[in-house]
Design a protein. Sequence first.
Length: 78
Amino acid sequence: MVLGAVGIAQRSDFTAIGDTVNTAARLEGQCKELGLDIVLSGQTAALLPRSEFNVLDLAEVSIRGRQQPVAVSTLAID
């Protein structure tokens, strides 16, 4: 991921680019398709302590730009 000012001095923009950013944008789009407020990648969900977060593992979804499906999860509200 590249984060920072990109461009020339006369025309510069602060942005984030890279595979991580693209994947996050695609996962954000899954919220609407799945009818959820929060969608996490399986990798991110695996980092959360299950004793503190009620993580609900969903399915694997196809994401544009990825050859392999991405596991997704959400946070369940008790």
